[in-house]
Design a protein around this ligand. Structure first.
Ligand SMILES: N[C@@H](CCC(=O)N[C@@H](CS)C(=O)NCC(=O)O)C(=O)O
Length: 80
């Protein structure tokens, strides 16, 4: 099962750090990182597609998933 995964985040956000730490810990690869503070286009996309300005948000094949714990749970279930 191959998904396109994009994590919208910014580095200072502790909830984003929680997701990034889980990614590093598990060695999950292939997750594109979109720093919304460094990338205004990503910032606009987050709100346009996701409907709210909240990070972290994982886009799974273009579908937004908010909430750090839900994101980690989905990644664990899907990537192992
Ligand atoms: N319960 C959420 C909390 C996420 C949250 O509060 N994110 C903050 C940044 S740390 C946010 O997006 N604030 C709105 C903003 O920065 O515009 C989670 O666990 O992901």
């Amino acid at each position: 099962m191959d998904h396109k995964l994009e994590l919208y985040y910014y580095p200072e956000c502790p909830f984003c750090q929680r997701v990034l730490a889980a990614i590093a810990r598990h060695g999950w690869e292939g997750i594109e990182l979109k720093d919304i503070h460094a990338d205004p286009e990503a910032d606009a996309t987050l709100v346009r597609v996701g409907g709210k300005h909240q990070v972290p948000c994982l886009f799974i094949d273009g579908e937004p998933l908010y909430e750090s714990l839900d994101i980690i749970a989905w990644l664990e279930k899907t990537l192992g």
